[in-house]
Design a protein around this ligand. Sequence first.
Ligand code: HMG
Ligand code: MG
Length: 356
Amino acid sequence: MYHPSVPNYVRITDVSPRDGLQNEPGTVPTADKLALIGHLVAAGVDEVEATSFVSSKWIPQLADAPQLVERLAYLWSSGEAEGAPEPWPELAASDLPCEFSALVPNQEGLSAFVAANINPLAPDIAGGPLGKASIFTAASETFARKNTNASIAETIARFEPVVSAAHQRSLVVRGYISCAIACPFEGPTAPEKVAEAAIALSELGVDELDLADTIGVATPDQIELMLAAVLDVIGDEWLEASPEGYAPGLTLHLHDTQGRAAACIKRALEVGVRSFDSAVAGIGGCPYASTPSMRAPGNIATELLVKTIREAGFESSIDLDRLAIAAAFARSIVERARVGAASVGGGGAARGSGQR
Ligand code: HMG
Ligand code: MG
């Protein structure tokens, strides 16, 4: 949980069940995904990005999003502890101090999100475990086209009805901006392009912005420049918690190809960012950010993020022993999926995955 009252508290969203698993050559069984989510909750992350309601032709690895969320809803509502994957029986008895979110690229995705996100104990009156819908665009035209088959302007137009429908259902809306530092196809991104996308998303009414170094090449100086350009146009208040106090308005999402993500986090903390994404065990990557010579890199590991936060004198809710269990579990399911994919000659390949 975000603790606005705890000085120096830093919020952590673990995106491994979504970003971590979407780029794997094999598909992880739904029960293992749920167990991973449970381990992350037990480790004390503030939020888990559980899955994506995108086209299964584009991301076959997450085609089970509706089933996963329906099952998560049972576990979350304590309605079905028996037979639940570990560590859920231990968690189901307590209130979960963790929020859940999922990606949606369009209205079709939001409809599927809403249909699955039902509290089985109160199906008529309350939503389910997912409290946040995350839309995504980019600061690079080529990447937007490759990732969503649309220009940046077309993605923004697509999001208009999504944001208003999500708000009508009291969902928080996060807006990602990919390629905030560089694009795998176009090279370095001008900070002004990121600022333009940030204005467009803030005008749409998103509650949070998430600035992503999709290919993990940022230096601390580039992070500072990019943040300055964005904050200049949207205002420093985005660094603070929303009026409802649930979370800071600005998050940083760093992949870690060059091993500089920790240094970038330290610089972002100096600038005032108090919310970061990461993936346990550093798994992940966007398949549409891969090029013929480089597979898309994983997110900064949650373990490294926590270490970095602590070294910089900040706090999180993480239990390091439980996080180590979550990391070992994540590695084991990814390894199993890779072995499974290799034995059937490739497994769930995403559309366009000739690039992988
Ligand atoms: P499209 O092919 O232009 O879509 O894809 P369409 O509207 O023409 O529909 C084509 C088919 O997809 C239709 O089915 C639709 O029903 C179906 P058919 O008639 O052919 O059987 N469809 C859907 N099915 C399920 N859920 C949906 C949905 N929408 C359409 N929501 C689309 C456009 C946006 C759908 C596609 O490009 C897509 O799904 N892209 C997602 C790619 C993706 O998930 N990338 C990874 C996540 S983003 C990321 O990793 C970056 C991030 O981590 C930050 C960072 O690091 O940069 C967030
Ligand atoms: Mg990512």
